[in-house]
Design a protein around this ligand. Sequence first.
Ligand SMILES: CC(C)(COP(=O)(O)OP(=O)(O)OC[C@H]1O[C@@H](n2cnc3c(N)ncnc32)[C@H](O)[C@@H]1OP(=O)(O)O)[C@@H](O)C(=O)NCCC(=O)NCCS
Length: 191
Amino acid sequence: MPQDIDDIAFEFYGALSKAIPDVQQSIWSLLQLADKEFIPALSSRQGPKDTVLDHKNAATKSLPVDYFHEMSKQPVVVARLNGKVAGFMSYKTDYEVPETSEKVHAYVSTIIVNPAVRGRKMTARLYQRLFDLLRNNAQEYPILITTRTWSTNINHLTILRRLGFECIFIGKDGRGMGIDTVVYRLKLDRT
Ligand SMILES: CC(C)(COP(=O)(O)OP(=O)(O)OC[C@H]1O[C@@H](n2cnc3c(N)ncnc32)[C@H](O)[C@@H]1OP(=O)(O)O)[C@@H](O)C(=O)NCCC(=O)NCCS
């Protein structure tokens, strides 16, 4: 039985490398836990900045060390459930989306919720936190937010569409036969 969503608390760190050890360790554990859910696996990537995700020639490493290292430079929003780190979202600011050459205010690079505690709308709430953070620092509107995922990631896609994100790019078979790379964008207004 899912616990009440009010048991969830959020924290923000300007860079993962500046987060307290408990957060860094928990995020490292979450990366390992969810590694193979990603297409391609995080352990086969150099980092969230990878612009070409070559599923055919993906290196087979056992741990997502490079990915974690690259992510360490990025801001991160952390969700705790009953005091324990249960999920996170990392992102980049002022980023040019390679697929569209559009400059955006934020590019969400990674989201993971511990499989044991999914189904509590934690990702939607992480996005809401991100929106608050971006609005607090906004110098112009709309704020452009993008993320890239794959066409069979129904959980993430359902959440994105509900939040108002629109698909702006489809890279056919980008992640393998029948699995497209998709880029979604939200234009966030003042309210
Ligand atoms: C994506 C992820 C972060 C979402 O976790 P979460 O916050 O617990 O997600 P939730 O379960 O609350 O929300 C998923 C929603 O999709 C819905 N959904 C799932 N499959 C669906 C389907 N086939 N049709 C319609 N809706 C569907 C769920 O019902 C749920 O909506 P609900 O809350 O109204 O029931 C988690 O699945 C994860 O960590 N995945 C692995 C990593 C990943 O893919 N990250 C994103 C890419 S960077």
